[in-house]
Design a protein around this ligand. Structure first.
Ligand SMILES: NC(=O)c1ccc[n+]([C@@H]2O[C@H](COP(=O)([O-])OP(=O)(O)OC[C@H]3O[C@@H](n4cnc5c(N)ncnc54)[C@H](O)[C@@H]3O)[C@@H](O)[C@H]2O)c1
Length: 324
């Protein structure tokens, strides 16, 4: 399979080493707004660096592409791929706004290509096991979130670009909550500002707390902060009638308690991008769409969930997710 990368920053370099290990993959080309970055990536993994997306796609002729762009930069790449019927994997969040995501979804559906989002947590064995358990015992209460410091890339701290922490980072937890508890109906969010004063251009919330009502009546709270330089971590806890489950860490290790005496522990995988990319590659090769767990058409619902929380942060009012 001939693969191309559009956007060759941090996350592209998390996908590429696993792909490079496979004998069914050839890197044929890259594009990045910063040509030196694109050239360095091509030098490290193969193919050529192209001066535009159109030239990359028309000259390198990839069979599939990885779109690893920041939240504000989506649109041109996905539309160019859909026009040429080239399947793609796009990193989360799929955009920082619904209009762009809807235009892309429409183009993807018109062209009939496979387009998947990088919610890699869905591929973890802990998540698969918990989904089995919760299929007949739905969670009633969820609480979780993402607690840590502010990532270093400049666009992250500018709300207009990244969408803020909920849209860019805690989106993994919002997505996991949706995946395990079903669709969210209503969100109500409050945020904290003014504690981080030392970062130039910083205008995202320092912290937020989002109360969620799910369509089936379950409730939850999802918290975020990028103010904790001492760290904190990632977690999600779910309480059902017959199971109490806690995911912890980026790797989503799970402790599943079914009674005071019965506990199951599942450690998260460290090579999750290889697993996620492997599923996408197999789906492209075989046409078996069941292999991919985060199709674009589903990821757009996680974006709406996160943007509903953002809207509530702005208005101070509860926001129905379907209004987004
Ligand atoms: N799945 C995960 O766990 C995970 C982890 C990290 C980042 N991400 C996501 O990956 C995306 C990229 O993050 P990153 O950490 O790689 O950021 P980054 O800033 O390190 O890299 C982004 C690259 O895109 C390039 N770029 C920006 N605008 C462009 C444009 N219009 N056209 C072409 N290139 C452009 C930049 O020059 C840069 O090289 C973000 O959406 C982020 O949320 C996902």
């Amino acid at each position: 399979m001939r693969v191309a990368f559009i956007g060759t920053g941090g996350i592209a370099r998390s996908h590429a080493p696993g792909l490079a290990k496979r004998n069914d993959i050839t890197f044929v080309g890259t594009y990045d707004a910063v040509p030196e970055r694109s050239a360095a990536f091509a030098k490290d993994f193969g193919g050529d660096a192209y001066p535009s997306i159109a030239e990359l796609l028309d000259q390198a002729k990839p069979d599939a592409a990885w779109v690893c762009l920041p939240p504000f930069a989506h649109g041109e790449a996905e539309l160019a791929l859909a026009k040429r019927r080239i399947p793609f994997m796009v990193e989360k969040p799929i955009s920082n706004n619904m209009d762009t995501a809807r235009v892309i979804l429409n183009a993807v559906e018109q062209s009939g290509i496979l387009a998947v989002a990088g919610y890699m947590t869905r591929y973890r064995r802990s998540v698969k096991r918990v989904r089995e358990i919760l299929a007949n015992d739905p969670p009633i209460l969820l609480h979780g979130g993402w607690v840590g410091g502010t990532p270093g890339v400049m666009w992250w701290r500018i709300k207009e670009q990244s969408g803020g922490q909920i849209v860019e980072q805690t989106t993994h937890t919002f997505d996991l909550a949706r995946y395990l508890a079903g669709e969210p109906k209503l969100v109500y969010a409050i945020g904290a500002r003014g504690f981080i004063k030392d970062l130039p251009h910083y205008d995202v919330e320092d912290a937020s707390s989002v109360t969620v009502q799910f369509a089936n009546g379950a409730v939850g709270t999802l918290v975020s902060t990028c103010a904790s330089q001492a760290g904190g971590g990632v977690h999600l806890t779910l309480a059902a009638r017959n199971a109490y489950i806690t995911f912890t860490g980026w790797e989503q290790s799970a402790v599943i308690r079914k009674s005071a005496l019965e506990e199951e522990r599942i450690t998260g995988e460290s090579n999750i991008f290889e697993i996620e990319d492997g599923a996408f590659i197999e789906a492209v090769k075989t046409g078996n769409l069941k292999l991919v767990l985060s199709p674009y058409s589903d990821a757009i619902k996680t974006l709406a969930f996160c943007l509903a929380a953002n809207k509530s942060l702005g208005t101070g009012q509860p926001v129905p997710v379907e209004s987004i």
